[in-house]
Design a binder for this molecule. Structure first.
Ligand SMILES: Cc1cc2nc3c(=O)[nH]c(=O)nc-3n(C[C@H](O)[C@H](O)[C@H](O)COP(=O)(O)O)c2cc1C
Length: 170
């Protein structure tokens, strides 16, 4: 049986939610990551930044824009170790059209040869944006399965959709 890892970044606190600002106790991507684990098993790995992004949505938007512009690689608390896994789900919110830059920090120095990558992204309407393309340029030698986009505000109700996709992907 192939070993599965679910690597994700997710931000709690103030977020954009169906056109207004709302505080959420559990991140949308984290919820989806847990649905995947409930369905196909595997280990969860949460990417956490050393310097937390602002709890304020408006400030965080600016921080993220700056990091994208600078192609920053924000420091993370712990690097995931993908070496013992065959299948790796990679999850993140869409930030300015791609993954938060801390995901680049977590993923780009890994050995992806022979791995299968399955992306998932929560967002408020932009879908996966350019994240799949960006992931493909980082995860050299990996095989890719089609990514899943989940509307963040509907993440709580997405269990069936996520479960069906996860089962088909693996
Ligand atoms: C810094 C920042 C940038 C965002 N940029 C986009 C975007 O470009 N397109 C989009 O559809 N949603 C965007 N969003 C909304 C998030 O992708 C969405 O709320 C997501 O579900 C948050 O997931 P999380 O709770 O796991 O962090 C952005 C949110 C933040 C905080």
């Amino acid at each position: 049986m192939a070993k599965t890892l679910i690597i994700y970044y997710s931000r709690k606190g103030e977020n954009y939610w169906n056109g207004s600002i709302k505080t959420i106790a559990k991140g949308n991507t984290e919820r989806v990551a847990e649905f995947i684990q409930d369905t196909v098993g595997g280990d969860l790995f949460e990417v956490e930044t050393v310097r937390e992004y602002s709890n304020s949505y408006m400030t965080c938007i600016e921080e993220a824009k700056q990091e994208l512009r600078e192609k920053a690689r924000p420091e993370i608390k712990k690097m995931p170790d993908i070496s013992g896994y065959d299948t790796i789900f990679v999850g993140y919110p869409n930030w300015w059209g791609t993954m938060p830059m801390c995901m680049f920090t977590a993923l780009e120095k890994q050995d992806w040869k022979g791995k299968t990558v399955i992306p998932f992204c929560t967002n408020e309407g932009s879908g996966l944006g350019s994240s799949e393309r960006d992931l493909k340029s980082i995860c050299k030698g990996a095989k890719f399965m089609p990514g899943l986009s989940v509307h963040g505000a509907e993440s709580e109700q997405s269990k069936n959709k996520v479960a069906n996709w996860a089962k088909d992907s693996i």
